[in-house]
Design a protein around this ligand. Structure first.
Ligand SMILES: [Zn+2]
Length: 235
């Protein structure tokens, strides 16, 4: 069972496990999840009081894991690094030459005049992702045209750009915004995000009717969401 407390501007969600023990223990895991192991007889109020007391420590641990993970996942833009495209893994190969990016076999080959110019490599690769994301997302949206027709919905425009910490959104003007990094994930995960946002054309909230509609067009969504969030393509 998951519970919540607020600490300053942070929201701490924790799961409680009851054990035959006398003291309460709090664990913060590298994925920032919080687990409370409580004595069998502890009341929710007692547990919450303990969690609140330890909140500064919990928040500090979460920040620590967060920064560590982010730097571990951050590419250095050198040959041999893993790059993702449509859920498949490719290796980055940096070569000297005029600026260009292309996918060949298991490689994402980038040529730049100066192989040490990592910011140029990064910019080239991101532009390549953006370009391919645009083509792919348009193709996927077209695939769900039947859904739009059936539900009487219409997309004003599809916008692909790098978003922070979210995969997509749907604006009040019926624009669908998709994170260009989503192109790194498998196609069925891409479809889940697109259908989710298309459902927001009808319902601008996450109420029961929204979930009904999502279930109708993407019954596998919980599995796909989990896969998307656990994938190595997330950084
Ligand atoms: Zn949503």
């Amino acid at each position: 069972m998951a519970r919540n407390i607020s600490y300053g501007t942070t929201n701490i969600t924790y799961k409680v496990e009851y054990r035959d023990r006398k003291t309460l223990a709090i664990e913060v895991h590298p994925d920032s999840s919080v687990r409370v192991i409580a004595p069998a007889g502890a009341t929710p109020e007692q547990i919450q009081a303990k969690v609140e007391k330890r909140a500064p420590w919990i928040a500090k641990q979460q920040r620590h894991f967060d920064s560590k993970e982010r730097s571990a996942n951050q590419p250095e833009w050198i040959s041999g690094e893993n790059m993702f495209y449509l859920g498949r893994q490719y290796r980055l190969k940096v070569e000297a030459g005029s600026p260009n990016v292309k996918m060949a076999g298991k490689y994402l080959r980038v040529s730049v005049p100066d192989k040490k110019n990592t910011s140029q490599i990064e910019a080239l690769v991101n532009a390549w992702y953006l370009q391919h994301a645009r083509i792919k997302m348009e193709e996927r949206i077209e695939k769900f045209q039947y859904m739009l027709n059936r539900e009487g919905l219409e997309v004003n425009s599809l916008i692909i750009r790098k978003l922070n910490k979210r995969w997509g959104s749907c604006t009040p003007r019926r624009n669908i915004v998709i994170n260009s990094d989503l192109i790194k994930a498998p196609v069925h995960c891409i479809d889940y995000v697109i259908i989710h946002e298309l459902c927001h054309l009808k319902y601008r909230h996450h109420g029961p009717v929204f979930w009904n509609l999502l279930n109708k067009y993407c019954p596998d969504w919980p599995k796909l969401k989990e896969k998307l969030e656990k994938g190595e393509w997330v950084n």
